[in-house]
Design a protein around this ligand. Structure first.
Ligand SMILES: [Zn+2]
Length: 302
């Protein structure tokens, strides 16, 4: 990946798309997005071939974003992590775990990250939080504050949720953050700089957050898992099998997409085709997601 293609500027803010992995999902499409009508998939196959690993297979990016604003460096999500191989196996796909190579080729060291914002606590968003060293572990981003929403922290530590989701990764990638002194639990929204805000967008998980960027009259949003496939842009009612509260997720998706469209925001989704930057366009009465064709050209316009 050439960095120029995965970087945009939003006013004074730089946003770099980093891919930890790209995988085929082991569940069939109609199980992952259970309410998308079977006949609708053909049009998506034509328009978004990069999101298919086969006729009924979802191919998805495990994306993270580096955001530079007012001298601060923010990393949004940490991918599948070192267990990427093992997790990839459970997803029936090879690969995983190249966030640090991506970070390096973008010209950044882990020590330079000031804030790690975890959109939510599913395992494909927290994988590189910690590094194992023998029997102990340390923060992968040693200077960073790790921001987690209180509602996710509480939910993912409930025994019945852990049992239901077999959350062994929690002990490896999340719970030690508190003991290691890196954790900031928040409730509601949080202004990270004058230009960057973490916004509570519940539904996919109770403490899910999106990142709003606004600078010099331009704006963008990193949606986390509010939207993971263009099918959910075309029809915001379409749920994702991992939405923990389907109705709350639906309402949040409607609200966020309406705002993105009304304000002409660039939209970056971690599971949309790499590097995940796109915009919403109106066509034939409907709304659809369109990848930014040339990030440099777009940047020059702003
Ligand atoms: Zn995800």
């Amino acid at each position: 990946m050439k960095m120029a293609e995965s970087q945009i500027t939003v006013g004074n803010v730089e946003v770099i798309g980093l891919s930890d992995a790209a995988l085929d999902h082991r569940l069939a499409l109609d199980r992952i997005f259970p309410s998308v009508p079977a006949e609708a998939w053909e049009a998506y196959r034509q328009t978004y071939p990069a999101t298919f690993g086969g006729r009924h297979v979802w191919h998805f990016n495990v994306g993270c974003y580096l955001v530079r604003s007012q001298g601060r460096t923010l990393l949004v999500d940490t991918g599948l992590g070192p267990a990427g191989g093992e997790i990839a196996n459970s997803l029936q796909a090879p690969g995983g775990g190249c966030l640090f190579e991506e970070l390096r080729s973008a010209g950044y060291r882990p020590e330079e990250v000031d804030v790690v914002l975890l959109t939510h606590l599913h395992r494909d968003h927290v994988g590189w939080n910690l590094r194992q060293e023998g029997s102990s572990c340390r923060l992968s981003f040693p200077r960073a504050r790790y921001i987690v929403h209180q509602a996710d922290w509480d939910t993912f530590h409930r025994p019945e949720v852990q049992e239901a989701l077999s959350l062994t990764y929690l002990e490896q990638a999340i719970t030690p953050l508190q003991r290691l002194g890196g954790l900031d639990l928040i409730s509601g929204d949080l202004k990270i700089t004058d230009e960057v805000t973490a916004m509570h967008t519940p539904g996919h998980t109770p403490g899910h957050m999106s990142v709003i960027i606004a600078s010099r009259g331009h704006s963008a949003v990193i949606t986390g898992d509010v939207v993971v496939h263009p099918a959910q842009v075309a029809d915001a009612d379409q749920s994702f099998v991992y939405d923990m509260d389907v109705e709350a997720a639906r309402q949040t998706r409607h609200r966020l997409l309406e705002r993105i469209e009304a304000e002409g925001m660039v939209m970056a989704g971690g599971h949309l085709p790499e590097p995940g930057f796109g915009r919403l366009v109106r066509a034939e009465g409907g709304r659809r997601w369109e990848a930014l064709q040339d990030q440099r050209e777009w940047s020059a316009l702003v």
